[in-house]
Design a binder for this molecule. Structure first.
Ligand code: COI
Length: 355
């Protein structure tokens, strides 16, 4: 049954096949698009409010060749996950945080955005309509990708006259091909991801296109991804292409402070709170690249990567390694966070939302 929330009945009835558990290799889910049954679409015209959201069959969308998003990159995205509990019910992790981040990003990108309630209800409706694609408990999660884009036609550089909010979903497992094994990062010295006063602190689509060149070159050399330095001093850690970074030394866990060039990750924020609740001291500050040499452990956080241990960082040709396996602190934080997300431990923070 489709959820009743402000979502008009999808165009065609659910077929017999769509009631069944999909024939997927649930034990080997990576991070790649799997087409599901429905997507959610809601529009806003002339900078106004969003209304009349509806579930539609998942599929291609029609856009004017002069849509603002295609010509001038006026677009944002979000990422969050739904987990299946052992009893079969479904939990979302902090969806209102994604709604708030989309709203602040939209303000920077000169776009209207759905209210927090509209966003959260739309996420719930989309997950409910695609329930059969939420992996069995412990096998992965349903990645939820909300988009906000200038869909109206423009020619001169200006905000778009129409906006589309769209949500699609895909079942996923581990983000990196390494799985939960440590990843190998290389520090990029010439190309930068973000500049002061720019858009590094919001989840605009252009930030991700801008890292592809350095990331492809790094992957061709066998690295998992790039770690960026600040573009002014070329000295302080910023973030990895798709996730935030943490450095562990003894009982102190340090991470670059949010200062406009770093994405305010929801997993980053959650891990800071989890680590403090476990007795670690967490510092949000400028973290110099030299501190990597002295670190006991390094790990990344993000919705897609969850908590990903770093096995080595290469900087100006010199490789610093952090042991063979997953570090104790990374393992502990990964375990507490994912158990919380899957409803396996008490959610004292009130972060999970039942569908
Ligand atoms: C996420 O972690 O959800 C992101 O948005 C990063 C993306 C590159 C997969």
């Amino acid at each position: 049954r489709l959820p009743s929330f402000n979502a008009r009945q999808a165009v065609s009835p659910i077929s017999k096949e769509e009631k069944e558990v999909p024939d997927l290799d649930w034990d080997n889910l990576g991070f790649a698009i799997v087409p599901t049954d429905y997507m959610y679409v809601m529009k806003s015209s002339h900078g106004g409010d969003f209304s009349n959201g509806e579930l539609q069959r998942f599929g291609n969308i029609e856009l004017s060749p002069s849509a603002g998003v295609l010509n001038y990159g006026q677009g944002l995205f979000e990422g969050l996950k739904a987990y299946r509990k052992e009893d079969g019910s479904i939990l979302l992790f902090r969806p209102e945080e994604n709604a708030l981040r989309m709203r602040s990003g939209a303000e920077r990108m000169c776009m209207p955005s759905p209210t927090v309630d509209q966003f959260v209800e739309a996420v719930k409706a989309t997950v409910a309509a695609n329930k059969r694609w939420v992996p069995p408990s412990g096998k992965g999660s349903l990645y939820i990708r909300p988009l906000l884009m200038g869909s109206g036609a423009v020619l001169g550089l200006a905000p778009s006259p129409e906006y589309t909010f769209l949500i699609y979903v895909s079942p996923v497992g581990n983000y990196f091909k390494e799985g939960i094994a440590p990843i190998n990062l290389v520090i990029e010295h010439e190309l930068h991801r973000a500049t002061p006063g720019g858009t590094g602190g919001v989840k605009t689509i252009g930030n991700y296109a801008a890292v592809l060149k350095a990331q492809s070159a790094a992957k061709a050399k066998g690295y998992s991804d790039i770690l960026y330095l600040d573009c002014v001093h070329k000295k302080y850690l910023e973030e990895v292409s798709s996730c935030n970074i943490f450095v562990v030394k003894g009982n102190v866990i340090s991470t670059p402070a949010i200062k406009g060039t770093i994405l305010p990750g929801i997993t980053r924020k959650s891990i800071i709170d989890v680590a403090r609740s476990l007795g670690y001291e967490v510092e949000e500050r400028f973290v110099a690249v030299d501190e990597l040499l002295e670190a006991d452990e390094v790990f990344c956080t993000g919705t897609a990567v969850v908590v990903s241990p770093v096995g080595s960082v290469t900087y100006l040709g010199k490789r610093t390694s952090y042991g063979d396996g997953v570090g104790v602190v990374s393992q502990q934080l990964y375990s507490v966070l994912t158990r919380l997300q899957m409803g396996l431990i008490e959610d004292k923070m009130n972060w999970t939302v039942s569908l």
